[in-house]
Write a protein that binds this ligand. Structure first.
Ligand code: SAT
Ligand code: MN
Length: 589
């Protein structure tokens, strides 16, 4: 399929190491994919679902000990430890290669090796980057087909270039104690062993499009971010684009596919989805920042997705989708998960593969169960989705799950202050990664688990990018928090489609059409400027509550931030961030 000597050598070396029985190059043809689907069905790796109700859809279950990203076993293997930085696990590359090669030695005996050429970004786009993933999992091949552009056309676009990422994955024996997700940014290489869970094995996603790409971006003058991209169309037909960073399982997919409430849709407002997880951002010819979504599908959290919370996501999963770790509804051979509807199937199998009785109170779907759905299925997919030059960004939003501290929305004072706002992001942990859930941790720019190099240098890169853009062309930077709770622990803000009311304020701020209240942390809306029309069960007093910036809480937060900065980064942080922290402390006096 290719004459590219570097690609051939990578495959050759991997064959010698893993010793598969067969090697199959993935050309991207439907015929080949169909054969693989049939094979996975035969072996039981995937279950074919009801062709009438869910055409082209399959169900897959991972091993029960392999259901989320494993941050503790994810490594950045840069030559120098300081280049991985204080927020990453570092492993000396020599030792890492040696350990990984010993695990991979003969790991594919009796198996087939699949070689997947894939492109992150539309093939041929100036943003696009090529990868070759080698894997012994048909599930990975079929997911990569949904999540990226694969096949012969990718090899054609690569030509004889050496500029591709080498990804080597093997399930080996799915041993937890030998599970490693390793990145070698200086070698453009990723090795993942002993896992079969999406975030650990779909190497185009977090491993390449964030960890390796963030490193490439630093060296090449662009940015790889954990951000959704959406377009808001106003009644005149103008579309403004926003990128937003939230940690995993904090509602990026829901915001990206938002349906505006009736007061907005009646006037002609629409929201278009460009991406729900990753943005690659670079300066365009006109001096503004442009973003593409390097992916080709959605790897979304299933539980909680329903006709009300996200009808567009649900519609995206109605054909050609792979479901992972959800409930198998045996009544009609479809799928179910908690929060889909109020009618759990009577005759069903849970995510572990056991007969499931909903009335016993145990969850049927894993909290991090997923759907892998093609982007083209999405009813609100932006017409710019394939635009090789991306979309111009008017605003950038940072946000997390904070029960108390952060207001519903605030605007940073300028670019550097915005970088500071991103750097102090904190959020309660979710089921997307293994470990405790609901613990507040610092997660700068939602990149804590995904930055492929020293985060102090990452902040410097952000500040540097700001300097390369004229002030009037820089996206304005905001922070949102949909998750403030009341005394009973219930969410105060309705969220979901009503987040449109906040996006509306954000875009008005970008266009200078509304003023704001200056607070110690930034600009907060005047209560009358958040449109509450048509909202039932939500009072102006509620809005006042969640827009409030409590000085004492923020004084404590400032101490917390200082400790985080000091403990993690000491004097390696860019001076600009300490200056911003000083300004915040001063404002809070
Ligand atoms: O598991 S993934 O890393 O692909 C999804 C996520 O955690 O954001
Ligand atoms: Mn994510």
């Amino acid at each position: 399929m290719t004459q590219n000597k570097k690609v051939l050598k990578f495959v050759d070396d991997s064959v010698k190491l893993c010793k598969p029985d067969n090697v199959v190059w993935i050309d991207g043809s439907e015929k080949q994919l169909d054969e693989l689907r049939a094979q996975a069905e035969k072996s039981g790796e995937m279950i074919k679902l009801n062709e009438k109700l869910l055409p082209g859809c399959y169900l897959h279950r991972t091993a029960v000990n392999d259901v989320a990203r494993v941050e503790g076993r994810t490594f950045i293997c840069s030559r120098k430890e300081k280049d991985a930085g204080p927020t990453n696990n570092w492993w000396n590359p020599k030792e890492a290669y040696s350990k990984l090669y010993s695990i991979l030695d003969g790991a594919m005996q009796g198996r087939t090796m699949y070689v997947i050429p894939f492109s992150m970004g539309a093939v041929g786009s100036p943003f696009a980057k090529v990868g070759i993933e080698i894997t012994d999992s048909i599930y990975v091949v079929l997911n990569m087909h949904i999540m990226t552009r694969i096949g012969q056309r990718v090899l054609d676009s690569l030509g004889n270039s050496n500029d591709f990422v080498r990804g080597l994955h093997s399930k080996v024996k799915l041993e937890e104690e030998n599970r490693y997700i390793c990145h070698f940014p200086e070698d453009n290489t990723i090795i993942s062993v002993n896992s079969g869970y999406g975030g650990n094995v779909l190497l185009g996603k977090k491993c390449f499009a964030l960890r390796i790409a963030s490193y490439q971006g630093k060296n090449e003058g662009w940015m790889a971010e954990h951000m959704l991209i959406l377009g808001v169309q106003n009644p005149e037909g103008d579309i403004k684009y926003i990128a937003a960073a939230f940690p995993s399982a904090c509602g990026k997919t829901n915001l990206a596919m938002l349906i505006p409430p009736k007061v907005y849709s009646d006037k002609g407002y629409k929201v278009w989805c460009v991406g729900d997880d990753i943005a690659w951002i670079r300066k365009g010819k006109d001096g503004r920042l442009y973003a593409i979504n390097p992916e080709n599908g959605f790897f979304g959290v299933a539980p909680g997705t329903n006709e009300k919370s996200n009808p567009n996501a649900l519609a995206s999963t109605r054909k050609n989708t792979i479901f992972t770790n959800v409930v198998h509804n045996l009544e009609n051979n479809t799928v179910w998960w908690e929060g889909l509807d109020k009618n759990p199937p009577k005759n069903a199998v849970d995510w572990k593969g056991n007969k499931w009785d909903a009335s016993k109170g145990e969850k049927g779907a894993h909290p991090n169960s997923r759907f892998t759905a093609p982007a083209v299925n999405c009813p609100c997919l932006s017409s710019e989705f394939e635009n090789p030059n991306g979309v111009p960004l008017s605003a950038i939003i940072f946000g997390g799950r904070r029960a108390k501290t952060a207001p519903l929305v605030y605007q940073s004072k300028d670019w550097n202050n915005g970088v500071f706002v991103g750097s102090i992001m904190a959020s309660e942990t979710t089921a997307a990664a293994s470990g405790a859930v609901g613990v507040v941790r610092h997660d700068p720019m939602a990149m804590l688990p995904f930055c492929g190099y020293n985060m102090a240098d990452y902040f410097k890169h952000w500040i540097k990018i700001g300097k390369t853009i004229d002030e009037d062309k820089r996206p304005k930077i905001f922070n949102t928090n949909w998750f403030r709770t009341d005394e009973k622990g219930d969410f105060i803000w309705p969220g979901f489609g009503d987040n449109m009311r906040v996006l509306d304020w954000i875009l008005k701020r970008c266009e200078g059409r509304v003023d704001a209240v200056e607070t110690p942390i930034g600009y907060v809306p005047k209560t009358e400027d958040i449109n509450l029309e048509g909202l039932t069960n939500f009072k102006k007093e509620d809005l006042e509550k969640i827009l409030n910036v409590d000085k004492q809480t923020w004084q404590e937060e400032a101490k917390e931030i200082e400790e985080f900065y000091q403990n993690k980064f000491k004097d390696t942080l860019p001076k600009e961030l300490y200056d911003e922290l000083d300004k915040l402390k001063e404002n809070l006096k």
